[in-house]
Design a binder for this molecule. Structure first.
Ligand SMILES: [Fe+2]
Length: 293
């Protein structure tokens, strides 16, 4: 019986081989950039706040830092550079909106020394994020993690607000600052520190609300506040339309970074300083400055 001879397949051409090489090279270059260059390349973003929406003293400068994520993928040196860049913007007031660590808190004294530079310049307020409580050990571990981060922030002279409100003198006027507990860790209780709106009208002072997860906006809407500062999304970390929204860990995908007005209130989401897994692509780490226009 005659054995059918195997038909030789088409031979790869030199052009196809070079094409594959180019695609592979571009992929490797993108991966190297996303892992080793962009996560370290801080961006300073300034936005103007409408004084009709946030009636604070004109010219007030608010530094907004979030998601520092000090841990295996985010060195303290990056956080220190973000602090230096932030202070160079001459802030009157500083807001830190959670996720100070990834994993176990370490080098507490050195970390506190870096953050203390902020409070040495301007009143500094902080709320906590989900990473400031999450730990595999369960409820006991969560309490320990939260306590450790709160201790770190107090050592850094930051005022930690967990469903609490303060009044602060800034730039010749006064404003209210509140901070909510984190949504995912079940500590988000706006009723404990905010006044219900119950019809039209406004509080006498501009009111800034620190709230790690922007999804908690809905629960906060029935209460008085003018400007909400959030983090949590990291801008999606991979800034490709569609992918960024998919990756951002929020239910409301319509707003994952920047300033937006929603139902007459201002909401600002910063991309944050650190990252998870040390990867960012077209979504640079951010130092945000908000200026009352
Ligand atoms: Fe985060």
């Amino acid at each position: 019986m005659a054995v059918p001879s195997a038909k030789p397949g088409p031979r790869p051409t030199r052009r196809a081989f070079l094409g594959l090489l180019a695609v592979g090279g571009a992929g490797l270059a993108s991966a190297t950039y996303a892992r080793y260059l962009e996560p370290d390349w801080l961006d300073v973003a300034e936005v103007t706040l409408d004084p009709l929406r946030f009636p604070a003293p004109r010219g007030l400068r608010i530094l907004h830092l979030s998601d520092l994520h000090f841990g295996p993928h985010v060195p303290l040196a990056l956080i220190e550079r973000a602090v230096t860049l932030g202070l160079a913007q001459r802030p009157d007031l500083i807001a830190l909106t959670g996720d100070f660590v990834t994993g176990r808190l370490r080098e507490t004294a050195a970390y506190a020394a870096v953050l203390r530079r902020l409070a040495a310049v301007a009143p500094t307020f902080a709320c906590l994020g989900n990473h400031d409580a999450i730990v595999a050990a369960g409820p006991v571990g969560e309490v320990a993690r939260t306590a450790a981060v709160v201790r770190l922030l107090r050592e850094a002279r930051a005022d930690v607000l967990i469903n609490e409100t303060r009044e602060v003198a800034v730039r010749g006027g006064r404003i209210r600052v509140s901070g909510l507990g984190d949504l995912w860790t079940g500590q988000n209780h706006p009723a404990r520190c905010l006044t219900p709106t119950r019809g039209p009208g406004r509080e006498p002072l501009a009111h800034m609300l620190l709230n790690h997860n922007p999804d908690a906006r809905l629960a906060a809407m029935p209460y008085h506040w003018d400007l909400m500062l959030c983090g949590h999304t990291h801008g999606g970390q991979l800034g490709v339309p569609g992918v960024a929204e998919w990756l951002a860990p929020v239910s409301d995908k319509s707003h994952i970074e920047g300033l937006r007005e929603r139902s007459g209130r201002l909401i600002h989401i910063t991309r944050g300083v650190g990252s998870l897994y040390g990867v960012r692509l077209f979504c640079r780490p951010q130092v945000s400055l908000l200026v009352v226009g």
